[in-house]
Design a protein around this ligand. Structure first.
Ligand SMILES: C[S@@+](CC[C@H](N)C(=O)[O-])C[C@H]1O[C@@H](n2cnc3c(N)ncnc32)[C@H](O)[C@@H]1O
Length: 443
């Protein structure tokens, strides 16, 4: 269906394996994020419209993800180098994606020669519907940048958002809450994340899995009791034993949840916000528990089923709202995991679009939802039972502030857990920023 395939383009589209095609696709995805859509959804719909093949999809994804990590600088440069916002709007995003590639010089070799990026951006502009007249402008802007690169980058370094690539309110919030660590938190958030695997202890061990990787010529490190970090990320279908359920993809910080609960065979356990099922699966790998995996998003329940099936595990997967009780059979749980919805401010390296999509008061709104979830779940925990409260946020109002919910309860005792883990990338110490608070019901 050529009309649908090339709706982004007028007339003949550049060939799918060209950088021009991929720059245009990434620009469209970045445009959609600027309009409020999440990056994975934007990439998915753009690639579908363009009928992009796997290689193109990968390249579009690469450029668009990098654009999110350099959006502050790229927007700054677009503003400095154009007299007025380029039109049609997609040209702004095309320039942003092209700048992103030109900025890849930092300390490493460029993936594309600068002249290739410029020429292909011009070709993309000349093919994008309604943008052909502006191809001269794209050429001039990118060449002007290359001519005065050092000066422009010097100017960018003096502007907070352009320097750090986060909205000003985000930078201010990290500085306020983490006055000693704010620079490293922001820096880690701009790194591409590692691919960390959790070894399914029912089927393998970190040592034997590492040996299997070595046999396949894949270098990796053991970074935790079940955690193996690949030296270079790769698609899951190429990961040895993935299809057979030997391993799952899971950040090391997320792998800390299940062991905290001290699970024993036969326990009744609730994972109240379970999709896509990463922590549910880990709990089931650790003990023969009877697990209820609840989530309020029907579409996401399929992901839990898929993960458990692949790993050979079983749970009672239910659609339900953790602030309500209509999904509950009235029997108390021995353990509850409440991995509540949050701003995701601790997993920015994996979701670099989030910083541009969130609003400053999102944390408060989400904190109110998680307070309602905790209040409801606490009533479903038996005496002496444990509730693990988890978030992937670094905002105190969502994490430590919520944990205070329990401080005022005479029937709750706080147990040792990790508290706030900050995003870290330091040798083998490499994880996202999650919060864990563990509480036991007493009295
Ligand atoms: C942080 S994710 C959970 C990740 C999951 N625990 C894992 O490790 O794979 C939060 C989940 O909470 C779900 N959720 C949001 N509000 C909910 C509610 N009121 N009741 C139940 N689930 C909810 C979302 O659909 C989302 O899947």
């Amino acid at each position: 269906m050529p009309e649908q395939r090339f709706s982004l383009f007028s007339g003949k589209a550049p060939s799918m394996d060209s950088l021009a095609f991929r720059l245009a696709g990434a620009a469209e995805a970045v445009r959609q994020v600027a309009a409020g859509r999440s990056l994975p959804d934007a990439i998915q719909s753009t690639c579908q419209d363009l009928h992009a093949d796997a290689a193109s999809r990968g390249a579009i994804q690469d450029i668009a993800y990098n654009a999110m990590r350099k959006l502050g600088t790229a927007r700054f440069l677009t503003g400095r180098l154009t007299k007025r916002p380029p039109e049609p709007e997609i040209l702004q995003h095309l320039l942003i994606c092209a700048f992103t590639l030109l900025l890849q010089a930092d300390g490493s070799s460029l993936r594309y020669e600068p002249f290739t990026t410029v020429n292909q951006a011009v070709l993309a502009a000349s093919s994008i519907r309604g943008a052909a007249k502006a191809k001269g402008m794209v050429n001039a802007v990118l060449r002007n940048f290359l001519r005065g690169k050092d000066g422009f980058l010097q100017q960018a370094a003096e502007d907070g958002t352009a320097r750090w690539n986060y909205p000003a309110w985000w930078i201010a919030q990290v500085q306020e809450h983490y006055p000693d660590q704010w620079q490293s938190i922001l820096t880690v958030g701009n790194n591409a994340p590692p691919l960390t695997l959790r070894v399914n202890r029912r089927r393998s061990s970190t040592d034997s899995y590492l040996a299997l990787l070595q046999e396949s010529g894949i270098s990796a490190d053991i970074i935790g009791p079940y955690a193996v970090r690949l030296a270079h990320p790769m698609p899951v279908h190429r990961i040895p034993g993935f299809k057979e359920g030997l391993v799952s993809v899971q950040d090391y910080a997320a792998q800390l949840a299940a062991p905290l609960l001290g699970l024993k065979d036969g326990m009744r356990v609730l994972d109240a916000c379970a999709a896509p099922g990463g922590k549910s699966a880990h709990m089931l790998e650790l003990a023969d528990i009877r697990l209820t995996a609840l989530d309020c998003e029907e579409k996401r329940l399929a992901m839990i089923h898929q993960n458990l099936d692949r790993l050979g595990l079983h749970a009672d997967v239910r659609l339900g709202d953790a602030t309500q009780s209509d999904w509950w059979d009235g029997r108390l749980f021995d353990c509850i995991l409440a991995d509540v919805p949050c701003s995701a401010s601790g997993i920015i390296r994996r979701h670099p679009d989030i910083r541009w999509l969130r609003q400053p008061d999102d944390g408060k709104r989400l904190a109110a939802l998680s307070a309602a979830i905790l209040d409801n779940l606490w009533k479903k925990l038996r005496k002496d039972g444990k509730l693990l409260f988890a978030t992937c946020s670094i905002w105190p109002e969502e994490s430590i502030g919520q944990a205070d919910f329990f401080a005022f309860r005479s029937d709750a005792k706080r147990l040792d857990a990790f508290g706030q883990l900050l995003p870290t990338f330091n040798g083998l110490n490499d994880h996202d920023g999650l919060f864990y608070g563990l509480f036991q019901k007493i009295g």
